[in-house]
Design a protein around this ligand. Structure first.
Ligand code: UD1
Length: 339
């Protein structure tokens, strides 16, 4: 069964291509490579044994989508393609709204036109803001977004909800990702941030590899046991497998219109300090880090209640934070050796 994966050359997208292939689907990538590398396709070939069919085009284009839906007999779409840099989104709001929401609207319209009915949308735990209670369930209130990026995820969810409320024949799931980390254990694919990484694990492994001088911990005066922020770090392959579970659930669902939201995390919160200590243990190298001020926009703590996903999708995270850190480190060593 052919599944279109927009943004399939990206970090989560490429791992989902692997998970889909392993589950017997045929993933077809649509990616304009504006924030990913063509070498990802070689990594995918190394893991799965064949290069996935790839359209190196932008998914904001109605004609492109029409053509792929017809040529490839697509039965479902996993829509990753989006801009995702929180800081940049504040500088370039129109680019973010246009790219992230414009492409979603065109995709929905073209799916309806071509009779493609199953869709999985990448949302984010960022919609919960600073939550009043932990862990967060899907019923935890959504807070006003603190970034344009976060707002594109909230509005994206609203667009999907309203599309189904209006009676359109689509089955849609939004997955609210917590913090994806790690890489494929083969070290053939992983995260490839461009420039200075803003996320914790990419910065950490680049520091350990000697590419950056030191990691700054953004604040140790939060009201948490060790003063550093708490997040729910999930292995990217677990997250990838959640997409397969969601897709299988949608394919079995015998209704014409459906929309729901699922948290995808491990259910366990870990602090920045815990992550650093685990990394040092797993990698067997000391990490050069220092304390710095808080980063604006960071929430104190957020981690998932995963009951809904476990009960309805039959999915739960299998890999530990240590597994994810070991895989991320192996990946960093592999790319450092190549360059
Ligand atoms: C961020 C985004 C979120 C997005 C996610 C994945 C914000 C507010 N949120 O999540 O919307 O979905 O990335 O792209 O940006 N940290 C340090 N030092 C560093 C980097 C990070 O101490 O050099 C800390 C942060 O303060 C935070 C934790 O590490 O407590 C995780 O940070 P990060 O990896 O950037 O993810 P989030 O901010 O949780």
């Amino acid at each position: 069964m052919n599944i279109l994966v927009t943004g399939g050359a990206g970090f989560i997208g490429s791992h989902t291509v692997v998970a889909l292939t392993e589950a017997g689907f045929r993933p077809i990538i649509l990616d304009d490579f504006s924030n990913s590398e063509k070498s990802v396709l070689d990594g995918l070939e190394q893991i799965t044994g064949s290069k996935p069919t790839t359209y190196a085009e932008n998914c904001h284009n109605r004609e492109t989508l029409r053509r792929i839906f017809k040529e490839e007999k697509i039965e479902g779409v996993i829509h990753f393609a989006a801009f995702k840099a929180v800081g940049e989104s504040m500088q370039k709001p129109l680019e973010y709204y246009d790219n992230n929401l414009g492409s979603l609207i065109v995709l929905l319209q073209t799916m309806l036109e071509c009779g493609v009915s199953n869709l999985i949308f990448s949302s984010s735990c960022t919609v919960y803001g600073e939550p009043d209670e932990l862990p967060v369930t899907e019923k935890t209130p959504v807070k006003p977004a603190s970034s344009v990026y976060g707002n594109t995820k909230q509005i994206g969810e609203e667009i999907l909800h309203d599309t189904i409320e209006a009676g359109n024949a689509l089955k849609i799931i939004s997955l609210r990702y917590f913090n994806p980390i790690g890489a494929h254990p083969s070290a053939a694919i992983g995260e490839l941030p461009r420039g200075v990484p803003s996320n914790l694990v990419p910065f950490m492994i680049q520091t350990a590899a000697g590419l950056r001088e030191s990691l700054t911990i953004f604040g140790d005066d939060y009201p948490t046991p060790d003063g550093t922020c708490i997040r729910d770090y999930i292995h990217v392959l677990d997250l990838a497998e959640a997409h397969v579970a969601a897709l299988q659930f949608l394919l079995k669902k015998d209704v014409s219109g459906y929309y729901d939201i699922f948290n995808v995390g491990t259910g366990r919160g870990a602090s920045v300090m815990e992550l650093i200590k685990s990394f040092e243990q797993v990698a067997g190298v000391p990490l050069n880090y220092k304390l710095g001020p808080r980063r604006s926009g960071d929430v104190t703590a957020v981690y998932a209640d995963v009951q809904k996903c476990t009960e309805q999708l039959g999915w739960k995270a299998k890999r530990s934070m240590q597994d994810a850190l070991a895989d991320a480190w192996r990946w960093q060593l592999a790319i450092t050796a190549q360059r």
